[in-house]
Design a protein around this ligand. Sequence first.
Ligand code: IMP
Ligand code: MG
Length: 180
Amino acid sequence: MVDCVDRVLVSRETIQEAVTRLGKQISADYQEKQLVMIGVLKGGFVFLADLVRSVSIPVQMDFIAVSSYGASTKSSGVVQLIKDVDMSLVGKHILLVEDIIDTGLTLSYLKDLFQARNPLSVKVCSIFDKPSRRKIPFAAEYTGIELPDEYVVGYGLDYNGYLRNLPDLCVLKRERYAQE
Ligand code: IMP
Ligand code: MG
């Protein structure tokens, strides 16, 4: 294990079970609908890659990139859209695919932003959720696994841009982020 990682919090097997469950649910809910799954970069890319392969209906994909954290483990609360989608969303159902919901600020901003473009619907799917950390009320339509209030890395989630490639979700050593 990498030395800045304390322990595995959620194993790759448990993550895969949640992904499979969400994929089935989404396939059932969006049958006969034009679905665009929009991955929120960078953190959402691992989950989106797994999720689309658990979905059995035709689906289009695109990506957006946001920045709200800078090089810190705490949210700045400021959300910036760095990259937008390339395709028209008219007549489409949108599913925003994210790695984690923490304060709720990012997804509540993104949901409003896409709602304002008048697609048929906008919903959110996040593989991880830390409900105890909300600064504003926010609930995703699809959530994988609830987490306690700990800073996690792996499965797309980073610390200073690193550790996204860990296959399991791990807890960062406390001394690493206690300084921030
Ligand atoms: P929110 O706006 O506070 O809900 O933040 C959501 C974003 O913060 C996520 O998309 C992640 O990129 C990042 N984030 C929140 N918690 C963690 C964590 O424990 N580890 C790594 N990134 C996190
Ligand atoms: Mg993110």
